[in-house]
Design a binder for this molecule. Structure first.
Ligand SMILES: [Zn+2]
Length: 301
């Protein structure tokens, strides 16, 4: 049983999904393919041709997939052997994992999959990411803030090179200030990730949600803790794993401390969240592969 990760490691199921996407474009099921025009029996051949042409174009337009990040009809191409981190939207350049987050956000807030994100005026969102297609798509909302983590020497909400710094274990927000917290493949990169979950629970209002992705191994009962801090020193409990760092793409990558197992959702319930696991397979939204798992942790209200 493989696990989901940004590092390129993957399961057999993911590999077979890649095979089906080798053309580089999400395959359409027969039902989604444009049908032939139905006006073929018209007695006016010219009109029949015209109707067929229009019908075909209409069907092709409606059959085009929708990107949940930019909300536009588009195409997805360039899926690689790591489908979770590839398959770019022709319009907003989103990749699969960002669309998984966007799809979950829209579904859980009953927003349409098409069009830009429209939250109610006072709705407050914090995203533990300040780059990429999803950040850009959400940034138009007045109640939105994105951040990056720049290390222990910075204060909550400090601007670092024009980007807001936040530590998910010590956020700048008042209790109950936020409606939605987003983190995508962030929590595996910190020691004691449940401290971050506890802090996120604090800043959410009752009914607010933390929607997130992490490397997750559904075949493991327990979290695979690969490193921890003991006496101010990092102790490695397993071979070191690194993921690419979008803030510093030329660096060595960021250490993976934890690959989460099934105990994660139980631990979140113990903290006070109500959790659900969304297993997505939505080729029409550019979401394919075995790693399409998004977690929804709601603060009961
Ligand atoms: Zn898009």
């Amino acid at each position: 049983m493989g696990y989901v990760s940004g590092s390129g490691l993957r399961s057999d199921a993911a590999r077979s999904a890649v095979t089906s996407a080798q053309s580089g474009t999400v395959a359409q099921s027969p039902a989604e393919r444009p049908r032939q025009g139905s006006a073929g029996h018209s007695r006016v051949p010219g009109l029949a041709r015209l109707a067929r042409g229009l019908g075909g174009r209409l069907h092709r337009a409606l059959a085009r997939p929708v990107c949940p990040v930019c909300g536009a009809r588009t195409t997805f191409s360039g899926f690689t052997e790591n489908p979770r981190e590839s398959g770019r939207c022709a319009i907003c350049q989103s990749f699969n994992r960002q669309r998984q987050m966007a799809c979950a956000i829209r579904r859980l807030h009953r927003l349409p999959m098409r069009g830009s994100f429209r939250f109610s005026a006072g709705f407050r969102i914090h995203n533990a990411e300040a780059n990429g297609a999803l950040h850009r798509a959400l940034a138009a909302h007045p109640g939105y803030a994105g951040s990056e983590y720049f290390g222990p020497d910075h204060a909550p909400a400090e601007q670092v090179g024009g980007i807001r710094h936040e530590d998910l274990r010590n956020l700048s927000y008042a209790a109950g200030a936020l409606d939605l917290v987003l983190s995508s493949d962030v929590l595996e990169h910190m020691p004691n990730p449940y401290d971050a979950h506890r802090e996120i629970l604090r800043v959410l209002r009752p009914g607010g949600r933390h929607i997130f992705t992490v490397p997750y191994n559904a075949g493991a009962a327990h979290d695979d803790v690969r490193a921890q801090v003991l006496n101010d020193k990092i102790t490695y409990l397993a071979e070191r794993l690194y993921h690419g760092d979008p803030v510093n793409p030329d660096g060595d990558g960021i250490l993976v401390w934890t690959i989460f197992g099934r105990e994660m959702t139980g631990k979140l319930e113990e903290l006070g969240f109500r959790t659900q696991v969304l297993r997505l397979h939505e080729p029409r939204y550019g979401i394919i592969g075995a790693g399409a798992i998004v977690f929804d942790a709601m603060k009961p209200g």
